[in-house]
Design a protein around this ligand. Structure first.
Ligand code: UDP
Ligand code: LCN
Length: 820
């Protein structure tokens, strides 16, 4: 923590201060650096650096003194070090988003500040020396092409890009001559499917517009507030105004006043209010391609989890917000939201083989499914998200045609989800010239250690080369990026964020990314999702409880039968239950939780364990990770004799029943445990908390931000099973003597949710972003074009070749379905 150690003076760089620091402990440091280089070339992680330090400075007092000093501060902010004797190159991260690279010569402790490029080259020397020394190896540098976008300066501003952008935008608009015209041009361009909105050509210069606004404002001020727009529509048209100002005289008056004020002198607050009511958003396209995207019977299938839940809830929230806005604008337009996904002919009993499906609980929103094509015809079966790259270009083209047809025109905003959806959204937004947003439910890069430098080891299974290239393309092409938490962008004090991990990295033999993205780019925004509160409500709301599910849930939890749906059983029904539910992916670590439980006698004596995930027969799965997890679960049950204390339930697809399951677990005074090795956000965490279930969740990723440890739930360390299982056991021991403790945590969890994690807050924010970034991209046309050309080259010369290497399953068969 930088606040407790000796803080670097603001002006000091690490390269400036490190020599002094080394000099102060020269004897020990020489020993320490000798250790670093003794084993030849290697990549040292933070933990190993600290271990080497411990061994080199055996005396504890000495060591503590050193750690408390400047050197301790530098080493503790070091993320990793590339050892290429006699050099040790350090990657130091003093604060979220801030990196510095230094090279130290081990024998004489000379220090030199180096650039990211040089640091990456040292790293490459460890893995591929020839490539590292090739002067012309491919470097990707978005920083060099993007030099006009203003950047934020503070770690604390990261994720609040809308605010910053609005400030810059308002000062640009105040630069009279050209930029006010930009606002005028923007207003003139507003229309819905060819029908002009707000102002027409009569008001084609600022003076005319400002004069007309005064006349209009005076006129509506004299009317009763509720007077409908229709009453004075004719008059307005004569003056040069079209629809969109408001549904009543009162509303119209506010809008005219807002615009007048912004034209006089824009300030961020007024600008944001004005833009939040302009009629610029009616149709939205959302891409979510992989997995089984459906409204029933899909959750828990491979690659099918929170993303689907998130998008369906998002659509409902956005549509509701759009309808309300449009009404206030005085328009009678029907907003359309289209979720575009893959059509899977072998739909496994789901509706994923249907082309068009209305979205439940919406008025005008649909799911549109478009198939994947191979040379042999339509691809019939599900493919893993890791193998999805060869189909995306064709998919983007086919989908674009269908979308334009369905919407009878272009959408106003295109939102991508995950690597595949984001790439397709980039292709389409670029082609149509539409505002683009991306969402990355998870960036896979940070989930697997050294997945960049060791890409060769991973590529056959995971195709990370395609994935990371696609991610870089879409994060750079997006007008704004929606994230769920701060940590997703810039991590925490000790740990870099998911996007931050794309700032500078290398894939030796393929490309060196010296500047992939800047987390200080004002395109980054945090808008956290919620859980549908009509489904996930507290266990205490007795009237609402879905008691019709109780017999089935009782059976699910306690019957002694072994069948397709559950194995194992619970002997002692009086014990609280600790519960977890997830896809049976390796990172979800459900088998890890079973192992912690199995090994902790105290925990086993206090509670039962129930897990929902996957299914039991490995022969039935096509997913590599799922198969190995299934096998591991079975062997743990045998090895630790878990029968009688552990119930394993197969994947559940009914969210209503699941919500009641969370609540029934709360009835046992149990807890939810989310043990993932890494979790991007973690919807189950907020579902559980919404139901009033005390929650223990991984400290790796989003949940660390959702829960305030010890207050609204607890953090657990997935890399330290003993500590985690003891923390859970401690909680239940305390609850035994003080039952109020359980209630306190349960209530604090609910309070946290209601303050920070709801869909209403989310929808408002997203629509404001669409509006502000929509004009922002117009004002920065030249920069945008330069970047698009650079991205296009990367797409054409790099991505396409990588995607071509991903194998296409053999069984692709002809399908008589007509071409798109
Ligand atoms: N889920 C489910 N049945 C299962 C497993 C998961 O309904 O067998 C749901 C769960 O309730 C949540 C979503 O799938 O809504 C999982 O979202 P989360 O963000 O926890 O993880 P993801 O699967 O997106 O990585
Ligand atoms: C995907 C994940 O892995 C989760 O962490 C998120 O909660 C989910 O998507 C929804 O964003």
């Amino acid at each position: 923590d930088s606040s407790s150690g000796p803080v670097l003076k603001r002006a000091d760089t690490i390269a400036d201060s490190m020599p002094d620091a080394l000099r102060q402990s020269r004897f020990h440091m020489k020993k320490c650096f000798a250790r670093f280089v003794a084993r030849g070339k290697r990549l040292l992680k933070h933990q190993q650096i600290m271990e080497d330090l411990e061994k080199a400075v055996e005396d504890r007092g000495e060591r503590n003194k050193l750690l408390e000093g400047l050197l301790g501060y530098i080493l503790s902010s070091t993320q990793e070090a590339a050892v290429v004797p006699p050099y040790v190159a350090f990657a130091v991260r003093p604060n979220p988003g801030f990196w510095e690279f230094v090279k130290v010569t081990a024998d004489d402790l000379q220090v030199e500040g180096i650039e990211a490029t040089d640091y990456l080259k040292y790293k490459e020397m460890i893995f591929d020396e020839n490539w590292a020394s090739d002067e012309n190896s491919l470097e990707i540098d978005f920083g060099a092409i993007d030099f006009t976008t203003p950047r934020m300066a503070l770690s604390s501003s990261i994720g609040n890009g809308l605010n910053f952008t609005t400030k810059i935008l308002s000062s640009r608009l105040n630069e009279r001559s050209q930029s006010s015209n930009a606002l005028l041009d923007y207003l003139l361009s507003l229309n819905h499917q060819g029908e002009n909105l707000m102002i027409n050509d009569k008001l084609n210069n600022l003076t005319k517009l400002q004069t007309a606004l005064k006349v209009a404002e005076t006129y509506v001020s004299a009317l009763l507030k509720d007077t409908p727009y229709q009453r004075f529509e004719e008059r307005f048209r004569e003056w040069g105004f079209d629809k969109g100002w408001g549904n009543t005289a009162g509303r119209v008056k506010e809008t005219t006043r807002m615009l007048s004020e912004v034209l006089e002198a824009a300030d961020p607050l007024k600008l944001e209010s004005l833009f939040s009511r302009l009629p610029n958003m009616f149709n939205i396209v959302i891409f979510s391609i992989h997995g089984y995207f459906g409204q029933a019977d899909v959750l828990g299938l491979p690659d099918t989890g929170g993303q689907v839940v998130y998008i369906l809830d998002q659509v409902r929230a956005l549509e509701e917000e759009l309808l309300q806005k449009i009404k206030l604008q005085g328009l009678s337009v029907k907003p359309q939201i289209l979720v575009v996904t893959r059509l899977i002919p072998d739909a496994k009993g789901t509706k994923c083989n249907q082309e068009l499906e209305p979205i439940i609980n919406t008025k005008h929103s649909h799911i549109l499914r478009v198939p994947f094509w191979t040379e042999k015809g339509i691809l019939r079966q599900w493919v893993s998200r890791f193998d999805i790259y060869p189909y995306l270009e064709r998919f983007a083209q086919d989908a674009t045609i269908k979308i334009l047809d369905h919407l009878e025109g272009k959408p106003d905003l295109i939102i991508g989800n995950y690597t595949d959806g984001n790439l397709v959204s980039s292709l389409m937004a670029n082609k149509l010239g539409v505002t683009q947003a991306t969402i990355a439910h998870a960036l896979e890069k940070t989930k697997y250690e050294d997945s960049d430098v060791k890409w060769n080891e991973f590529d056959e299974k995971y195709h990370f080369t395609s994935q990371f290239t696609a991610d870089m393309i879409s994060m750079n092409s997006a007008d704004f990026i929606i994230t769920s938490t701060y940590q997703e962008i810039a991590g925490s004090t000790n740990k870099p964020g998911q996007y931050e991990a794309h700032t500078a990295f290398t894939m030796p033999g393929l490309c060196r990314v010296v500047s992939g993205i800047s987390v200080f780019d004002p395109k980054f925004n945090i808008a956290a999702p919620g859980a549908d509160q009509s489904v996930y409500f507290p266990f205490t709301e007795k009237q609402q409880r879905l008691i019709e599910f109780h017999p089935a849930i009782e059976e699910l939890l306690y019957s002694k039968d072994y069948n397709e749906e559950h194995i194992g059983y619970l002997e002692d029904k009086k014990k609280p239950i600790i519960f977890s539910m997830a896809r049976l992916d390796k990172v979800k670590n459900l088998s890890g939780l079973v192992e912690w439980y199995a090994k902790n006698k105290r925990l086993r004596s206090l509670v039962n364990l129930v897990i929902v995930g996957g299914f039991f027969n490995p022969g039935k799965s096509k997913d590599r990770e799922e198969i190995s997890e299934i096998k591991k679960m079975h062997s743990l049950i045998e090895e630790y004799k878990l029968k009688g204390q552990f119930r394993w339930i197969a994947a559940q697809t009914d969210r209503y029943r699941n919500s009641e399951l969370y609540r029934c677990i709360a009835d046992t005074k149990g807890a939810f445990v989310q043990p993932a090795m890494y979790e991007a956000f973690g919807l189950t965490v907020i579902e559980a908390m919404n139901c009033g279930l005390p929650t223990f969740a991984t400290n790796q990723g989003g949940p660390a931000e959702i829960i305030v440890d010890g207050v609204s739930g607890f953090h657990i360390d997935p890399y330290n099973g003993d500590e985690s299982s003891n923390k859970i056991a401690d909680f239940f021991e305390i609850c035994k003597t003080d039952p109020e403790h359980w209630n306190t945590i349960s209530k604090a969890g609910l309070q946290r949710i209601n303050e920070c994690y709801t869909w209403k807050i989310y929808a408002k924010k997203i629509l404001n972003m669409g509006s502000i970034y929509g004009i922002w991209r117009r004002l920065n046309k030249e920069q945008k074009l330069a970047k698009e050309r650079y991205i296009h080259m990367l797409y054409n010369l790099q991505f396409r070749n990588l995607a071509r290497k991903v194998p296409i399953p053999g069984e692709a068969s002809f399908d008589p379905a007509p071409m798109a």
